[in-house]
Structures are given as C-alpha cells and as structure tokens.
Design a protein around this ligand. Structure first.
Ligand code: PGA
Length: 267
C-alpha cells in the first residue's frame, strides 16, 4: 500500500510569525484519535511547503509532533554552490529539515520560466542529496481543450525523469498531477478526470521505468482541493494524495482535509 501524502503548498504566504501561529492551532488534534492512530500506523503523511524564511520556524514547531509530519521547500537550484544570487542549494534545503522539494510547479513554469530541462536538473540534484522531489506536471486549459493532456503530461514527466534510475522513482520521488486550469481557480478536476490522468502517468512510468517504479511511485492530485472534494479524489485507485494550495493556509480547512483523508483509510 502506498502511503497517502497530504501536502500543503503555502506559496508566498505565511510569515514566520504566522507559521508559528498556524502550528499552535493545527497540531493539538494529532494527539487524539483518529488522527493519532492514522499517523502512528504510517498510513498517512502530512507535509508542508512553507516559504524558505518560514522553514526553521515550521521545523521547530514540528519537533514535538508525532511522526508523520514532513517539510518541503518550494524551489531549489541544481548547482551545489556558487555565484547564484538569490538561489538556494539542495544541501541548504536538506539542512533546513526538509525531506521534499517541489519541482516544476506550474507557477514556476509559467511565471518564472522553469523549463523541462531545468526540472530534470533539479530532480537529479535533489536525489544526489537524498531529498525527494515532488514533481508537478499538468496541462493548460487550451491544451486540454485541444485534447493534448496526455502528450503534454507525458512530455513533462519523461523530460524531468530523463536519466533518473528506476529505483529512485519508487520510494524517493512523488509526482503531482496539477492541471493548470484547476490551480487557484476553484475549478477542481472531476475525480474521474484526475484518476484518468494519474493512471496515465503511472502507465508512462511503468513503460519507461518498470512495474516496481510504477507500483511504488506516489502520484498526487492538485488544483482547488478542498475539504469537500478530498475523500472522492482519494478514493481513486491511482491518486495517492493531494497537493493543496489555498485550502492549506487555514489550519481548520487543512485539518478537515487531513480528516477526510483519514476517513478514506478506514482508520
Ligand atoms: P490550489 O493550489 O489548491 O490553491 O488550487 C494548488 C497548488 O498550486 O499546488
């Protein structure tokens, strides 16, 4: 069974002070059932992707928390060090207490020019320091309307994974299918459309990297995930978690998403 990953991408929100406040509200319910048991059994993992400036505060806040919480960064440079003003290296991310790092998020692709080639370099650099990429792929509305969803996500996936050994995929890599038209728009993909795309991506992994990689790799759905649509999405065979933007910024709505995920485990 693949472990469910419920991930909150905070984007450019939440100062260090706001982060501290968030965790004061968010963590207490995890010392009670059913959340306590679900985390302790290792069936679910909850990850946060705060801004770089809030990573230390988040890591400190989580120190006393039960196992099952993780941190991730929202971006990374592929070089180990050098004259790259404003950039953050993989080992800097790792030392900040992160286990994960987003790569290829649509905002990075569309607003900051992140290319397929850059995603490939970042994924390799993250694996080199044992960080797990959460690799985002997804089509625009125009591409979907032209029937190009599958070729677009396949191109993105294979470009990013070029040269990655298959054993790195099953346990050390996460894919997030995030249709661009669903991000921050309130329009969620239907669970069957999300399942179809995630199933397709898993089949692409199987074809190019083998069955073990395809069986092990976790594939998330992201794009206007809310407490009300989480359970339906997670009930789909190929959806192993959710990547949540807006609804992860308020502790009560993100908690409701985690609770909805726990109900799908029957825990
Ligand atoms: P959203 O963002 O949940 O606000 O649509 C998702 C994401 O960008 O990862």
């Amino acid at each position: 069974m693949r472990r469910l990953l419920i991930a909150g991408n905070w984007k450019m929100h939440m100062t260090a002070g706001e982060t501290e406040h968030f965790f004061k509200d968010f963590l207490p319910p995890f010392s009670e059932e059913p959340l306590k048991g679900a985390l302790a059994k290792g069936h679910i993992e909850v990850a946060f992707f705060p801004a770089f400036t809030s990573l230390y505060v988040a890591s400190f806040a989580m120190e006393g928390a039960p196992k099952g919480f993780s941190l991730g960064a929202q971006n990374v440079h592929w070089e180990a060090k050098g004259a790259f003003t404003g950039e953050i290296s993989p080992s800097m991310v790792a030392e900040s207490g992160c286990r994960y790092c987003l790569v290829g998020h649509s905002e990075r692709r569309h607003l900051f020019g992140e290319t397929d080639e850059m995603t490939q370099r970042k994924i390799g650099a993250l694996h080199d320091v044992s960080l797990k990429p959460v690799f985002c792929v997804g089509e625009t509305l125009e591409e979907r309307e032209k029937g190009k969803t599958f070729p677009v996500v396949e191109r993105q996936l294979l470009a990013g994974f070029d040269g990655v050994p298959s054993e790195k995929l099953s346990l050390e890599t996460v894919v997030a299918y995030e249709p661009v038209w669903a991000i921050g728009t309130g329009k969620t993909a239907s669970e069957s459309d999300a399942q179809e795309a995630c199933h397709y991506l898993r089949a692409v992994v199987a074809r190019h990297f083998g069955k073990d990689a395809a069986d092990g790799i976790r594939i998330l759905y992201g794009g206007s995930v809310k407490p009300g649509n989480t359970a339906k999405l997670l009930a789909m065979d190929d959806i192993d978690g959710v990547l949540v933007g807006g609804a992860s910024l308020k502790s009560d709505s993100f908690l409701d998403i985690v609770k909805a995920a726990v109900t799908t485990l029957g825990a």
